[in-house]
Design a protein around this ligand. Sequence first.
Ligand code: NAD
Ligand code: UGA
Length: 442
Amino acid sequence: MKITFIGAGYVGLVSGAMLSSLGLDVTCSDSNYDKIQALQNGHVPIYEPGLNECIKKSVDAGRLRFMCRSHPEPGSHPALDAGSSIVFIAVGTPSLESGDADLSYIYDATLRAAENHDKDTLIVIKSTVPPGTCQKLQLMLRERGFEHEIASNPEFLREGSAIEDFLKPDRIVIGISSDRAGDLLSKVYKSLTDKGFPILATDTTTAELIKYASNSFLATKIAFINEMANLCEKVGANVEMLSKAMGMDHRIGSAFLKAGPGFGGSCFPKDLLALSYLAHEHNQPCHVLDAVIFSNKNRSAHMARKIQDVIGDLKGRVICVLGITFKAGTDDVRSSPAVAIINILTELGAEVRVYDPEGAKGGMELVSATFCNDAYDAVLGAEAIVILTEWEEFKALDFRRIAGLLVGKNIFDFRNILDGDSLKKMGFNYHKIGMPVCNRVA
Ligand code: NAD
Ligand code: UGA
């Protein structure tokens, strides 16, 4: 089966590469010429573990190719994706000022898909879009005389574990209006459903809401445990034990109960805002959702206050930040809590030195800080280390060496990844999340 992806970002590129690895013939297209040129030259423009190797294998096997319709090149001409049974739309749906999702890329890509493919090609929205969008897109095409059918197939992969998530999904959700669309999408995922991974077919609006509700529920778990962590600090309880014990109740589950500096990334924050906007628009506010948004928004300032509480006025003080990506295993810094926290620290007068194994390129544009080549360089002359991303390599740092470089001896481990007992033995003032607060300035 021949398929095309419009949008070769995290979702389009990973999904396209994975479907080609399952034997489908895939063309990934994008309006960003530089991105496509890099892919055509064998460079993968994002960091996602294992993706380079998968893409190379499929390209070498002739099952995966890249094209930019606005810049036709030899090997990248519009005819390449002709005859596709399905066009997946995987373009961005960022937040508008109002919080609503900006669907301009979706409308543009859908129209282009209809213009360039015959009426039997199924157009499938893989991007996260508000409930009702597929119906509106269908209407838009009908008004312009196009007969293509629109279906929904939201994506649930996570950055950093995208390949595993795509190939071993908890469920595949499809929103369809005809048996034909259901049959086509079932064929796409046949090799996964044959292995026992379930596929759920529903209407397009329900499929769209399943995606938003799932992200919102996961974000709610995180906001809840973060608030419990705050309470633990006040009453002298231990959030790690709390989270472990709560998670052992199978009705609650242990996933997404790790307290940290707040949730970030290109999806949770924007998707919660879009769902909240939609709920208010329908005069049916989701108060829980609004509370989660509020709680997470305040988390960065809360983290900065924890540092101030210990070391006092930050004016002119050097702070070493380890980790700027929104989580480990990715180079993505979009809506990263680390970016927000660094910006607060610099606003308070601190001089921030940052090290992140993958996030420097994206991070440099978002903060006024000095980016260093490694953690030891970043620590030089600093008053405190603040860990904001849970990179494995931070656990393996030589803290005896660091003790000689760090002036203030303070370590704020906002991901709770280090061995606090041994650090305290080495003479550090170690602070983690959700533990009784100590070492406050008077
Ligand atoms: P992204 O920004 O990484 O990629 C989007 C790509 O679409 C960009 O390369 C952009 O150049 C391209 N594009 C925009 N308009 C285009 C057009 N008209 N024609 C061709 N290309 C066009 O975004 P992403 O992270 O891949 O997210 C895409 C969608 O998937 C969003 O709705 C997001 O919420 C959803 N999603 C993302 C993830 C994730 O982990 N990033 C997971 C699940 C769902
Ligand atoms: C999330 C969802 O997990 C995916 O299912 C979904 O497809 C995707 O959003 C999307 O729609 O884009 P992702 O943003 O890649 O995936 O990353 P997550 O692992 O979900 O982490 C999101 C944020 O929550 C990160 O900042 C992470 O550090 C934080 N988090 C996560 C916690 O603070 N505690 C946890 O226990 C888990």
